[in-house]
Design a protein around this ligand. Structure first.
Ligand SMILES: NC(=O)c1ccc[n+]([C@@H]2O[C@H](COP(=O)([O-])OP(=O)(O)OC[C@H]3O[C@@H](n4cnc5c(N)ncnc54)[C@H](OP(=O)(O)O)[C@@H]3O)[C@@H](O)[C@H]2O)c1
Length: 223
């Protein structure tokens, strides 16, 4: 860790779930943490807003992007193309737009950490849209890491993590889903937001890590 009172971090998606835990962990360190999301006035699907957001900031050190979206499920042959494009628009294009406009503001020694998800490399029927947008993000991050070196770019790939993302489910079905996942995962548990936050801190702190996809998924890819 090389944080000082002048270190500036930005967490896009930091108002909920994993991003909120990353912001809280960064707030325990010296420096400034900016948190943004739609409820804070930034919609990452709006490129003009993203440009204005970074224009309003001075130089920054670390950018974390956890903003994500629901995505339609079901067989590929039945996919709702409009809903799939909307999901891509938030998670894939939103993340790329943030990275694209953040890069010119990032000081030497800084980093960008994106977020994918275990379905990027796990073949699960009816999850085509999540698989495709997370895989696209992982592939794009490697190109960012090469093009923008020595600024480091990494991706955290979470497994099932208990967050507000599942707050639309009934209590019973959410608990059933979490219990089933915990029983089937090699780690014997689902993720907590703290489990995930420690991975983002690793990507920020370890100056030898770039272009990496860091799986924090309880062993999802082993199943
Ligand atoms: N939780 C899991 O099991 C899991 C598993 C695999 C991958 N992931 C990935 O991990 C990331 C974080 O997930 P989470 O569970 O922490 O989700 P979450 O609790 O729903 O948080 C999502 C965050 O993204 C922000 N956001 C959504 N749309 C946005 C937009 N258009 N512009 C700006 N901000 C936006 C939300 O704030 P506003 O509503 O205020 O905009 C919120 O702060 C996501 O990319 C998700 O796909 C999660």
């Amino acid at each position: 860790m090389n944080f000082t009172k002048d270190t500036v971090s930005v967490v896009i998606g930091g108002t909920s779930g994993i991003g909120k835990a990353v912001a809280a962990a960064l707030e325990d360190r010296p420096g400034t943490v900016h948190v943004a999301s739609r409820s804070e006035g930034l919609d990452i699907t709006d490129e003009t807003s993203v440009i204005q957001y970074f224009d309003a900031l001075d130089l920054i050190d670390h950018v974390v992007i956890t903003a994500g979206s629901a995505a339609p499920g079901g067989p590929i042959s039945d996919v709702n193309t409009a809903a799939a494009k909307e999901a891509f628009n938030v998670k894939y294009w939103g993340s790329v737009t943030v990275a694209k406009h953040a890069i010119s503001k990032i000081r030497l020694g800084g980093s960008i950490t994106l977020t994918s998800g275990f379905l990027s490399r796990r073949t699960v029927p009816d999850t085509f849209v999540k698989t495709a947008m997370n895989a696209a993000l992982e592939a794009s991050a490697k190109l960012m890491a090469k093009e923008w070196a020595p600024i480091r770019v990494n991706v955290i790939s979470p497994g099932l993590t208990d967050t507000e993302a599942y707050s639309d489910m009934t209590k019973t079905s959410r608990e059933r889903m979490l219990a089933y996942a915990a029983a089937s995962l090699p780690a014997g548990k689902v993720g907590t937001v703290e489990d995930l936050a420690s991975g983002y801190l690793f990507a920020i702190d370890n100056t030898f890590v770039t272009g990496s996809i860091i799986d924090i998924d309880g062993g999802s890819l082993l199943n």
